[in-house]
Design a protein around this ligand. Structure first.
Ligand code: ATP
Ligand code: PRP
Ligand code: MG
Length: 299
């Protein structure tokens, strides 16, 4: 299948994961032009082909070894794994890493007028979902029987349409539930996007390219989570000031010309600096505080 020399990566064609997956690849130095009409995009500068498909198809393509890598939500990955285990189809792949986008949760939700105590309140009722296997696993663990209503989309309208009593669907802000007169009762699975690799043995050249991509992804992600901070601090308060900057245990401290009592601090901090921290820094006498994004980080 993917025995050509080129690495095949499956990404969602259009949806919640598309932009971020492409952005991540681009920031790893993979250049490509997407033609909306075409399923495949060839990279201009690396031996990589992108396959643009429905997200539901990505785990299967990776598990069958049709593509080498895939960007996918853990929710879809796990659901497909459970499905394939029942059908005795190949159901394994390597999860290379979780990614910092596509965060959502699969939750049970019921109409606002429904009085809900626990999942047992759904005993014998009908639940609409696109994730029948994850739902079944959860309800079996709780020992609750229920009836299925399998819907591929528009799950949140099912109760109002009289198709189901409750739903099990993805939630992020909760706006979709609210707009449909529903409320979230329990989270059954938490998910982010992840990068997966086929179990098939790769040629050394392809595996080296995968390792390089992964190392670049780690570097880009670390950079996204970090900030470069410059500030002037009273030398007496230096330790307190540094302790407010997470991950900046060994900052560069430089003297200031014509000011023996103050120093310049340069540090990479592992968290975003929020206004509260900035205000605390100011209270400790810090001035000229600059917080800058970092594009790449290595070593
Ligand atoms: N509201 C959300 N916020 C963040 N991530 C989300 C949200 N909704 C879904 N996701 C994540 O993005 C994935 C893709 O969601 P999307 O709604 O684009 O899927 P889809 O409609 O099934 O797309 P496709 O047409 O490719 O089948 C989900 O499986 C989940 O991992
Ligand atoms: O809690 P919220 O922030 O409202 O997000 C949840 C919604 O987001 C997803 O759908 P999406 O908007 O991707 O559209 P889709 O239903 O067409 O897949 C998901 O299926 C929910 O319907
Ligand atoms: Mg889908």
């Amino acid at each position: 299948m993917s025995e050509s020399g080129r690495l095949r990566i499956a990404i969602q064609k259009s949806g919640r994961l598309s932009k971020e997956s492409m952005k991540l690849l681009k920031s790893c130095g993979v250049k490509f032009n997407i033609n909306e009409q075409r399923l495949i995009a060839h990279s201009d500068n690396m031996p990589i082909d992108l396959l643009r498909v429905r997200d539901d198809d990505i785990p299967g393509l990776v598990m069958d070894g049709v593509v080498d890598l895939g960007f996918i939500g853990e929710n879809v990955l796990e659901e497909e794994q459970l499905e394939r285990q029942q059908l005795d189809k190949p159901a394994t792949c390597q999860k290379l890493r979780q990614l910092d986008f596509g965060a959502c949760r699969l939750s049970l939700a019921v109409p606002t007028e429904f009085s809900y105590d626990s999942a047992a309140s759904l005993e014998g009722l009908r639940i609409a979902t696109s994730y029948p296997n994850l739902l079944r696993r959860y309800m079996q663990e709780k020992g609750i029987s229920y009836r299925d209503c399998m819907l591929k989309g528009s799950v949140e309208v099912a109760p109002r349409a009289g198709l189901a009593d409750g739903i099990c669907d993805l939630v992020s802000t909760g706006a979709t539930l609210e707009a449909n007169g529903l409320y979230e009762t329990e989270v059954i699975y938490r998910s982010t996007a992840c990068l997966i690799q086929s179990e098939q043995e790769q040629t050394p050249a392809k595996q080296a390219l995968i390792d390089k991509l992964l190392s670049r992804i780690n570097s880009v992600t670390q950079a996204r989570e970090s900030k470069y901070i410059l500030l002037h601090a009273p030398a007496d308060n230096l330790d307190k000031i540094v302790s407010l900057l997470p991950g900046a245990e060994n900052p560069t401290v430089l003297p200031l010309k014509n000011d023996a009592d103050r120093v310049a601090v340069h540090a990479v901090s592992s968290e975003d600096l929020f206004w509260d921290t900035m205000e605390e820094l100011t209270e400790l006498g810090a001035t000229s505080i600059l917080v800058m994004p970092i594009e790449k980080m290595m070593g």
